[in-house]
Design a protein around this ligand. Sequence first.
Ligand code: ATP
Length: 313
Amino acid sequence: MTLTASPGTTGRDTADLAVDLDGVVKRYGTVTAVDGINLSIRPGEVVALLGPNGAGKTTTVDMLLGLAQPTEGTVRVYGRKPHNAVALGLVSAVMQTGGLLKDYTVEETVKLTAVLFGKPPSVVGEALERAGIADIGKRLVGKCSGGQQQRLRFAMALLPDPELLILDEPTTGMDVGGRHDFWQAIRRDAAGGRTVIFATHYLEEADAYADRVVFVRRGQIVADGTASQVKALASGRTVRATLPGAVASELESIAGVDTAEIRGDTVYLHGRDTDDIARYLLNSTAARDLEITSRNLEEAFLTLTADDAGGSR
Ligand SMILES: Nc1ncnc2c1ncn2[C@@H]1O[C@H](COP(=O)(O)OP(=O)(O)OP(=O)(O)O)[C@@H](O)[C@H]1O
């Protein structure tokens, strides 16, 4: 099955890129965590790295932060080596856990971090405001919800006023309300032009909050497009039918079929005019038990990240 969205990176001028990964491979012993990633991100883009467990998202994020070195290829953040970009305050991160002292208040935590960054106390109020937690400045960190703690980490990451903010699965374990508030704060901030890259398992987060969605699977990018391109990828409908002995190439040559997949005696034909496809199947083949369903992002995601047993990318 062929499913791709256009990468949108043609004609790139690497000097102006926020992030440039070129032929990046990362191996841990015999494990290839990242397997040849080329990715260019322009300043101001909000990009989701979406993929299943073990796809290589965290490894990619670690390389962007200079926490891991590529085995092959180059990683550049604003034209610099990642650790230089971090040292210059061009990039900072909101990680999933750790790093908070429960007996400090929210405001004290941000103040302390500002001191560590060598920033004046005046930056504290703005960071709290931007992260949407100015109203809970006096609350003990230990009393904050998971979502509030993540917004606190966000406030801390904002202190150097980074050009690029990186978030690694930032809302894992948060309830729906907490996730919503967290993303509202991130989006409000990103509207000012900050580049944001976030790794997530949540399809709906990628769909709702990213301008661009990069699907990663087994260390490789399998689709890369704007959120609307990804939606288009996921749009259309699927005709499912029982058709023993079907041949994929013959199914794909049926008028109106974009992609075809065979699982045992069942065929899945994806296309825009599913009525025509259904008519053809009933009139010209031995297909039976037809069913037409809408395709959603979940399904596109499963297809893109499925094992090769179900078809080929
Ligand atoms: N330090 C390491 N040593 C050995 N293998 C590692 C190491 N870090 C990651 N891996 C392996 O590399 C692969 C990619 O892992 P990575 O954490 O980047 O994936 P991920 O997409 O972030 O997954 P998750 O969503 O579960 O966090 C996995 O097979 C993982 O086990």
